[in-house]
Structures are given as structure tokens and as C-alpha cells.
Design a protein around this ligand. Structure first.
Ligand code: GLU
Length: 284
């Protein structure tokens, strides 16, 4: 078994991150497997070296260790572009420069009819830029690219194995419905203009490269897993098992945010708590 923790260095690690990392490490250790770390720093406008340094420091303090060198997504743009190129060559991507306001306006137009649906990446794209025939020629390297979801799903039956649980208690073999994915996820962005890639594309390419057998992460990413399983199939990569764990909430029941410094591991450390105190607080 191989698990991983894949934080983005865009803020301090908080209790939710500690829970994720410790759970991933524990599951691997119980099976005699290994635990890996990956730094998800494709968002160059928000990633900071000081947050990355703090991640290493907090995780070591919690008692975690991992093999070096650590994979950093900012080193892997060529691999992501190669994967995108394979999808482009199959006619599954199209350029789209619609911004959030364009999407909201298109959805508000009377001819669209249907109610706007909120998907894992925001409002489900109404298809304004989706071409009726796949674009030809070279893949543009300076434009956002969307996945043509309906076309990508043609003829595919998708499922994955959940060893934790989704938000509705989903566990075991999860069958993915193409109709549900078209209506509730839609044509997601796979290459963002400012990054040349996206979370979904990078995470799939990297989990395969690191030979992750069990992806351990928060339940908030359960819906996105359908996109990842589809991309694995399209890119001929193996689908790992998934373990979505419960989310750690603050005392008022709200999900912890990156800016919630009060629950940052660093704050607890300054207050003199021990790693044992943190584990106890997390029920681990
Ligand atoms: N980088 C993602 C985050 O910090 C983790 C995604 C994942 O575990 O798949 O939310």
C-alpha cells in the first residue's frame, strides 16, 4: 500500500490537514506500506516557499516522515502538457475563455431554461464555447482548455472502490453515472490560463507517477473523484482505491479554512501543545 498527503503551500496547515496526513500515514503503516508527500504548488500566484517550509516543519513535528526527494508539481508542467496533448489529440478538449461572469450570464439567459447547478468547480458550464466538431490543429498553450464531458464519457462504464465514505455515506464499489456527471460536473477546466494545467489533471498524473494505491483525503473531494476516475481511464492510468475521511470542523461546526490561523498547527505549537495533544484532539 502506498498513500500520500498532497498539500498546497498556500497557507498554514491546520487540524484538518493534520488529520489527513496522520490518517494516510496510519493506513500505510498498518499495511506495512509507505507514505509519501507531494507539494501541490501549481498555483504560482498563491504558493509561497515559506508555507512549503512550514509544511515540512509541522509534519516532522507531528512525527511524520517520507521518502526524499519530494515531488513538487511546479517541476512537472511538461508531464501535464503531455497528458493534455493526448486528450487534445482525441478531440476531447476545447479552448474556452469564459470567465465566471460570462458563465453566470449565460445561465441566466432565458433560452438556457435549466436551473444552474453547482458542481465541484463552481457552476456547471453551460457549454457556450463547446464546438460541435472537435477543434483541429495544435493544442493552444495560452488558452484555458475544457474537457468535453459528454464526448469523453462515450462508451465508458466507470467505477471506483471507496474504503472510507462519501458525504452521503457512499462506500464500497461506487458506480459513476454518465448522466449525473454531465449534469452535475459538466465540462470542467483541465488547463487554466495562468497554470497550463489544473488540480484535476495534475493530481491524476501524479498519483499514477507515484504509484499511489490508496488516495486518502477529505470528503469535500468525493465529487471530484468522478473526474479523476474518468481522466485515469482516458489516460490509461490505473485507478487507485479512495478513502475519503470526515472533515474536521471548528467548534461552531464550520469547515476549517486555510486562513483560520486559530487552528493552524503552528498556533498550537506556539501555545505549547504536544503532537500527542493534537492526535488526541483528532481522535487518533
Ligand atoms: N492539494 C489538495 C488540497 O490541498 C489535495 C488534493 C488531494 O488530496 O487530492 O486540497
Amino acid at each position: 500500500m502506498r498513500t500520500r498527503f498532497a498539500p498546497s503551500p498556500t497557507g498554514p496547515l491546520h487540524l484538518g490537514h493534520a488529520f489527513s496526513a496522520l490518517t494516510a500515514q496510519k493506513l500505510a503503516a498498518q499495511a506495512g506500506g509507505s507514505f509519501l508527500l507531494r507539494i501541490e504548488d501549481i498555483d504560482r500566484s498563491r504558493a509561497r516557499p515559506e508555507w512549503e517550509a512550514q509544511i515540512y516543519d509541522d509534519l516532522h513535528w507531528l512525527g511524520l516522515d517520507w521518502p526524499a526527494p519530494v515531488m513538487r508539481q511546479s517541476d512537472r508542467l511538461p508531464q501535464y502538457r503531455a497528458a493534455l496533448g493526448a486528450l487534445w489529440d482525441r478531440g476531447l478538449l476545447y479552448p474556452c475563455s469564459c470567465n465566471r461572469r460570462d458563465i453566470a450570464a449565460a445561465l441566466a439567459a432565458p433560452q438556457e431554461g435549466a436551473e444552474p447547478v453547482l458542481g465541484p468547480d463552481g457552476l456547471v458550464y453551460p457549454g457556450t464555447c463547446r464546438p460541435s466538431t472537435p477543434p483541429t490543429g495544435e493544442m493552444p498553450d495560452d488558452l484555458p482548455l475544457r474537457l468535453n464531458m459528454a464526448k469523453a464519457l462515450e462508451g465508458l462504464e466507470l467505477s471506483f472502490h471507496e474504503t472510507g465514505a462519501g458525504p452521503g455515506g457512499e462506500t464500497g464499489t461506487i458506480h459513476l453515472s454518465a448522466a449525473h456527471m454531465c449534469d452535475n460536473i459538466g465540462d470542467v477546466i483541465l488547463a487554466r490560463r495562468d497554470m497550463g494545467t489544473s488540480y484535476h489533471l495534475s493530481v491524476v498524473v501524479d498519483d499514477a507517477e507515484q504509484e499511489i494505491t490508496d488516495v486518502v483525503r477529505g470528503r469535500d473531494l468525493f465529487e471530484a473523484t468522478a473526474i479523476h476516475v474518468l481522466l485515469q481511464r482516458l489516460l490509461r492510468l490505473p485507478t487507485p482505491r479512495y478513502h475519503h475521511h470526515c472533515l474536521i470542523r471548528d467548534d461552531a461546526g464550520k469547515r476549517l479554512a486555510k486562513r483560520d490561523d486559530a487552528r493552524a498547527i503552528a498556533t498550537y505549537r506556539e501555545q505549547g501543545l504536544t503532537p500527542g495533544d493534537i492526535r488526541q484532539r483528532l481522535g487518533l
